[in-house]
Design a protein around this ligand. Structure first.
Ligand code: DC
Length: 230
């Protein structure tokens, strides 16, 4: 069967990564979490003192450090999704914490950061057979993708899912703190001038607020079966 490119965009904590990973596993495609790449750049910036406590990014310094930031995905545990590596170090856990979540939106609004990561994402997808999730995959990274999905869910539901996920990993977070982060990331992601989060005209929208994980996975697999045959 001919390999296609699958772009899954949507709001933070909308469940798009869960869906994207499950589909890639089911159909034997590569899965790339583009958000992890923005998170890895943010972790680098935090570690190098390039983000002030008020969230201001030392943009010029970060941009000139971009050639020194090497991001890779490596399989660590069989059967699990790949981990994100920053300059050879497994940073999968660190990039999911609140410190990075709170700082990532301004970093991902910097045009030179986006250009650099978009180029890397396009290289990952050059041979097709890829599922990539993010905010601008269907609009900017792979505008010609054969299958595009835009995932939404209510902000409360997304915050609830994120709290559950973080607590399952042993993180002590409050609902209010996470809700605030979800709402503020939505606002920055949608209003930035460079590749704002928006549904591509030819994307299929899914609001999964009331759906189970199984239901959304089945919905996505059905769509893939239609698209890969046409
Ligand atoms: O999907 P995520 O929540 O892990 O993404 C982290 C941040 O990175 C998110 O706030 C917006 C940004 N992002 C982006 O701007 N473009 C992408 N393709 C993916 C993520």
């Amino acid at each position: 069967m001919k390999k296609i490119t699958i772009a899954i965009d949507g709001f933070s904590s909308s469940g798009k990564s869960t869906m994207a990973k499950a589909l890639a596993r089911e159909i034997g495609y590569i899965y790339i979490d583009s958000g992890a790449m923005y998170r890895a750049v943010t972790l680098y910036a935090l570690r190098h003192g390039l983000i002030a406590p008020d969230g201001t990014v030392r943009e010029e310094e970060l941009v000139s450090a971009l050639p020194d930031i090497k991001i890779e995905f490596r399989y660590v545990t069989p059967g699990e999704a790949a981990h994100t590596f920053l300059n050879g170090e497994d940073v999968e856990r660190q990039i999911r914490g609140m410190e990075v979540s709170n700082a990532v939106s301004p970093v991902s609004a910097i045009p030179a950061v986006r250009h650099d990561l978009v180029k890397k994402q396009q290289a990952f997808g050059a041979a097709k057979g890829i599922v990539m999730d993010g905010r601008d995959i269907g609009t900017t990274v792979f505008p010609d993708a054969e299958m595009k999905v835009f995932v939404a869910a209510s902000p409360r539901e997304r915050a609830r899912r994120r709290v559950e996920e973080l607590r399952a990993k042993g993180r002590d977070v409050s609902f209010d703190e996470v809700f605030e982060n979800v709402v503020s990331r939505d606002r920055i992601d949608r209003s930035r001038s460079e590749s704002p989060l928006r549904k591509a005209d030819d994307a299929v929208e899914l609001d999964n607020t009331g759906m189970t994980i199984d239901e959304q996975n089945r919905w996505l697999l059905d769509l893939y079966n239609q698209r890969s045959q046409s």
